[in-house]
Design a protein around this ligand. Structure first.
Ligand SMILES: CC(C)(COP(=O)(O)OP(=O)(O)OC[C@H]1O[C@@H](n2cnc3c(N)ncnc32)[C@H](O)[C@@H]1OP(=O)(O)O)[C@@H](O)C(=O)NCCC(=O)NCCS
Length: 185
């Protein structure tokens, strides 16, 4: 907790075998730049394009800290076997309603091992068990099969489609809502 009125997520690393979710830092910048320039990442996330070192540095030093301080969520680097492998966050947290949302991307060279699903299970279940969240959501563009399957692998259920709820570089997209509630744990 930062003060009496702003709840925040506990700023600690989370571990499950070779998987670690930890605070991102300046040393991650080159790997973040590579991953955020990747065509699949750019296809599904409305990141700056071109994406350069200044974007990555301001993300880890300013945005991630601001997200945490405001209580909105927490940004975690995904590490697998000691290597940086992607990013996952909690965002849009409602501490009164006890709901939060997960977003993620995995570095191109670490895709294909189900890391987003494993990381989403670890972070989302922690939000419920450690911070009392009652519901965690993942939203994915209807066409983003990899992201939808990752959420399903993490134990989230598809609940419906929000029309024109998201935007990517090519325009607006419908989003599938996948949810996990305490009773699903
Ligand atoms: C979505 C993403 C995080 C998933 O990464 P990952 O954890 O390495 O996922 P995997 O490659 O292991 O795939 C997970 C599942 O989706 C399937 N999958 C992945 N890409 C697919 C595709 N294009 N079409 C069909 N199935 C696909 C895999 O076969 C696997 O299926 P399984 O659960 O039956 O084994 C990664 O592709 C990524 O970073 N994409 C760009 C950013 C992004 O889309 N973020 C999410 C925004 S909502």
């Amino acid at each position: 907790m930062t003060d009496a009125i702003t709840p925040t997520f506990e700023d600690v690393p989370l571990r499950a075998g070779p998987l670690v979710l930890r605070a991102p830092g300046p040393a991650d910048v080159p790997a973040i730049v590579r991953a955020c320039r990747d065509p699949l990442t750019q296809q599904w996330l409305p990141l700056p394009n071109p994406y350069d070192e200044t974007h990555a540095l301001s993300f880890v030093t300013d945005l991630a800290r601001a997200t945490w301080r405001s209580g909105q969520g927490i940004v975690r680097a995904i590490e697998w076997d000691g290597e940086f492998a992607g990013m996952i966050d909690l965002k849009k947290t409602d501490w009164a309603g006890l709901t939060t949302e997960i977003g993620y991307w995995v570095s191109p060279d670490h895709r294909g091992r189900g890391l987003a699903g494993k990381a989403a299970r670890l972070l989302g279940d922690w939000a419920m068990l450690q911070h009392g969240m009652e519901r965690v959501e993942i939203r994915a563009a209807t066409g983003n099969t990899g992201s939808r399957r990752a959420a399903l692998a993490a134990g989230y259920r598809e609940e419906g489609v929000l029309r024109s709820a998201g935007y990517i570089h090519t325009g607006r997209v419908d989003l599938v809502v996948l949810g996990k509630v305490r009773a699903d744990l």
